[in-house]
Design a protein around this ligand. Structure first.
Ligand code: AMP
Length: 436
């Protein structure tokens, strides 16, 4: 990676540093239920505090400004006023946030950070208001303040320039360490630098680590390089499939998306998930693999059911069939035993593996065996192969199975890592200063 990191900064003593973190941690009733993201941010924060910087931390939490979000309840009467042109959607959300702002507050994160960092962190009850300004101005060397949820301001996602200026306040340096939002082009993730408001812009240790493992593996993998893709739909991963096919030696497909590929090969797939309008795309990918001498592996057998379980973890009867003999009235829900072995054997002979997306409807224990088998195969090559889990469901599966410390890298950003796999540049990284 050619971007500057905090390590490249000299003389941090007394410097005012604004750090964008990803503290979007899961919470239940105001209690943090998984603090991985907080722990992931600590190396950068500690480094800055020990160097004597005055640190302002900022992050988003949830999606308070999405009208589709269940996190903030919007008043129906007010929404009618929006339809009638009497008010704006932003104003209605702003009002709702005033009524129940505490749900998505970052206050519990500040409390936990303060515990972890020996009493050096305070909390500002606003983002660009009087409290934030007063607390930022009062910072002493080696102290930090965490601002309230950035997304309490609609201006954050709309990249409002005035908001960027107020957020920058008196900062000399911008540090982005929020890999989970590095694919977003928002005020705090990119615009604050793009508008030229803060000139010195570097990445933190977390982003540096994510990039060094993932980008380096994509650009310069130890071979054989195996990419494993699963999850629901082909549509969501079009560019990922195409880009990875170019980079890897073997592309393994599982999950719901496998059935569109199987249909493209002319197989009967029963009532399985299928992206009808992506069948031609799958044919193209199969041809692309053949032409470039790449291996594209599809399930040879599959676990089928008569219906989708409802609720998703409900008891369900299963049967395993060969994928070229799927009954017309059944749906494919997981890879079968022979496929599990085929995929695990491929992993066993690989030198680098990246994985994104479950192999089946893993939320149901009966349909989780394919996903577990892949996680196990990756854990089994620990130390012999670079294994990268691209966030999201696969990361959760690996963690739940207790394999987390048997992986080279588990990304903290599902969306951001998928965009890296697509070969895209991420705005939150693109905007940072180049190394000289
Ligand atoms: P994604 O967000 O694209 O990674 O997809 C994850 C979702 O795909 C999970 O909720 C799985 O239940 C779902 N999924 C995996 N395999 C299948 C399948 N064969 N049929 C339907 N859904 C699936």
């Amino acid at each position: 990676m050619n971007k500057m990191s905090v390590k490249d900064l000299k003389d941090l003593k007394g410097k005012k540093v604004l750090v964008r973190c990803d503290f979007n941690v899961p919470m239940k009733d105001g209690v943090i239920t998984d603090e991985n993201r907080i722990i992931g941010a600590l190396p950068t924060i500690k480094y800055l505090l020990e160097a004597g910087a005055k640190v302002t931390l900022c992050s988003h939490m949830g999606k308070p400004h999405s009208v589709f979000s269940s996190e903030v309840k919007l008043n129906k009467k007010d929404l009618k006023k929006v339809d009638a042109g009497e008010t704006t959607k932003e104003a209605v959300i702003e009002k709702a946030l005033k009524d129940e702002p505490k749900k998505l507050t970052l206050a519990p994160v500040a409390k936990r950070l303060n515990e972890l960092l020996g009493g050096k962190v305070t909390f500002a009850t606003d983002v660009i208001g009087a409290d934030a300004k007063a607390k930022r101005s009062a910072l002493k060397e080696g102290e930090a303040v965490l601002l309230e949820n950035l997304r309490f301001h609609w201006e954050e996602e709309k990249k409002d320039e005035g908001f960027c200026k107020e957020l920058a306040f008196d900062a000399d340096i911008y540090v982005n360490d929020a890999f989970g939002t590095a694919h977003r082009s928002h005020a705090s993730t990119a615009a604050i630098v793009e508008y030229g408001i803060i000139k010195t812009a570097v990445c933190g240790f977390l982003i540096e680590k994510e990039l060094s493992v993932m980008a380096d593996t994509l650009e310069n993998p130890k071979r054989p390089f195996v990419a494993i893709l699963g999850g629901a739909k082909v549509t969501d991963k079009l560019n990922v499939i195409s880009n990875l096919l170019e980079k890897c030696d073997t592309l393994i497909i599982g999950g719901g998306m496998a059935y569109t590929f199987l249909k493209a090969k002319g197989y009967e797939i029963g009532t399985s998930l299928c992206d009808e309008d992506k069948i031609d795309y799958c044919k193209e990918m199969i041809a692309k693999a053949e032409k470039s001498g790449k291996e594209l592996l599809l399930p040879i057998d599959t676990v089928v059911t008569t219906h989708f379980p409802d609720p998703i973890d409900a008891e369900i009867e299963i049967e395993t069939v060969f994928t070229d003999k799927m009954p017309a009235n059944k749906m494919g829900m997981d890879i079968g035993e022979k496929t599990r072995k085929l995929y695990a054997d491929k992993v066993a002979s690989a030198k680098s593996v990246i994985w994104n997306g479950p192999m089946g409807v893993f939320e149901n224990p009966v349909l989780a065996k394919g996903t577990i088998a892949v996680a196990q195969a990756l854990a089994d090559v620990y130390g012999k192969c670079t294994t990268i889990i691209g966030g999201g469901d696969s990361a959760a599966a690996v963690q739940q199975l207790g394999f987390a410390d048997k992986m080279t890298h588990i990304s903290t950003g599902g969306g951001a890592s998928l965009e890296l796999f697509e070969g895209k540049t991420l705005p939150g990284i693109e905007c940072l200063n180049e190394k000289h």
